[in-house]
Design a protein around this ligand. Structure first.
Ligand code: GMT
Length: 375
């Protein structure tokens, strides 16, 4: 199949997932054409099956806001024609779904029917999409796509509850590529981080408000008072400088390291004992799944789709959003005993296997085929 993938190029979950899916489809022999305004962050390999088409916008003094959606629709029309795309898979509703549907309308005038598959990722539904100005466009785009998928049951329910939806939505969860995400022997690295056998806690995110990064620091502070520990903070974003300042004011600040954006997250996860994800909303929690695949149990909030990934008492624990005392108490239950920690690690890995890339990719391919058959 010739597949067009429209996504954000950043380290955000939707862009990461779209890029990993495209790369995997390409290794299975499909031709994959990425369309975005920058080369996707994880598009770090090229084969004869992978193509990248950049959307650039004419700068003109009249435009206070550059018309990205119009430029994107134009590039989609061009790529569908020149690369003979069979299907178009757009990740994140705003503005990708409506731009793709505009392109579909334009192409229909030339008797070309291109199926549009829209994948909803989270904040396009739970946060941004609910803005009154976006809501009618998001509802319309969902209703007019040829297929719509959501990354968790929770996100599917949120979509049906908050938008005017007259169609089915398939649930296709996030996935993990075990050839990349697995616990690697990094003993020298572990020794450097925890020379005295301290437990290593970790958080990765884009440091946006919804991630409640300050809760990570608060949980760590409580845990460290009971068990000497280290905290690795991976990622970058709007909240980072405020969080760094906040942690400098705590006694434990020397035990916290801000690593910024990292390419080889799996190498760092390989030396960690506990992942903390206290998010306000989280449609799935890909970062938690990546940790689990590297044998790291998860202390998280019970927001959105997280309970579909992190199983309470088995792969980690769930707490109400903001309940840092409960999160710290749960963390201590896991960290206090080597044998208990070992069992949580084992079960985290086991659970992550339910989200194996090959299985989930088949679900997407079946949806593409269903749309093609319906043409
Ligand atoms: O987490 C973010 O803020 C990034 C966001 C995105 O759309 O790029 O991630 C969302 O999509 C991921 C992949 O499907 C999910 O694993 C994340 O849970 C989801 N984030 C939120 O719902 C906040």
């Amino acid at each position: 199949m010739n597949i067009g993938i429209v996504c954000y190029p950043t380290f955000g979950g939707s862009g990461v997932l779209a890029t990993e899916l495209g790369k995997a489809l390409a290794t299975r022999g499909h031709q994959v054409h990425f369309i975005s305004y920058n080369q996707p962050a994880r598009l770090d390999f090229f084969t004869e099956n992978v193509f990248y088409h950049e959307v650039s916008i004419l700068k003109y003094p009249l435009f206070e806001y550059a018309p990205y959606e119009t430029a994107l629709a134009g590039v989609i029309v061009d790529v569908v024609k020149t690369a003979s795309l069979d299907v178009l898979h757009v990740h994140y509703a705003i503005p990708h779904a409506s731009a793709a549907l505009l392109a579909k309308e334009i192409l229909a005038e030339e008797d070309r029917d291109i199926p549009v598959i829209t994948t909803l990722h989270g904040t396009d539904i739970t946060l941004v999409g609910r803005e009154a100005t976006f809501e009618p466009v998001v509802s319309w785009s969902i209703n007019h796509s040829d297929a719509v998928t959501a990354v968790s049951e929770s996100l599917r329910n949120d979509t049906l509850q908050h938008f005017h939806i007259r169609r089915d939505i398939d649930v296709v969860p996030n996935f993990i590529d075990f050839t990349r995400f697995n616990k690697q022997p990094k003993e020298h690295f572990k020794k450097a981080i925890s020379p005295n056998g301290e437990r290593v806690l970790v958080h990765t995110s884009n440091f946006r408000k919804v991630k409640r990064v300050e809760d990570v620091i608060a949980v760590f502070d409580l845990v460290n008072k009971q068990i000497p520990s280290k905290l690795l903070m991976i990622g970058d974003g709007p909240e980072r400088s405020h969080i760094e300042k906040m942690s400098r004011e705590l006694d434990c600040h020397e035990r916290i390291t801000f690593l910024g954006k990292q390419e080889a997250v799996e190498e760092i996860l390989s030396v960690c004992d506990l992942f903390i994800l206290p998010s306000e909303t989280e449609s799935f929690g890909l970062a938690a799944l990546e940790a689990m695949a590297c044998e790291v149990p998860v202390i998280s909030s019970n927001a959105g789709g997280i309970p579909e990934v992190n199983i309470h008492g088995e792969t980690g624990y769930l707490s109400n959003v903001g309940d840092v005392e409960d999160m710290a108490a749960n963390a201590l239950k896991i960290l206090v005993d080597d044998e208990v920690l070992k069992n949580f690690k084992k079960r985290a890995l086991q659970r992550s296997k339910d989200f194996d890339l090959d299985r989930v990719m088949d679900d997407y391919v079946r949806i593409y085929e269903r749309c093609l058959k319906a043409k």
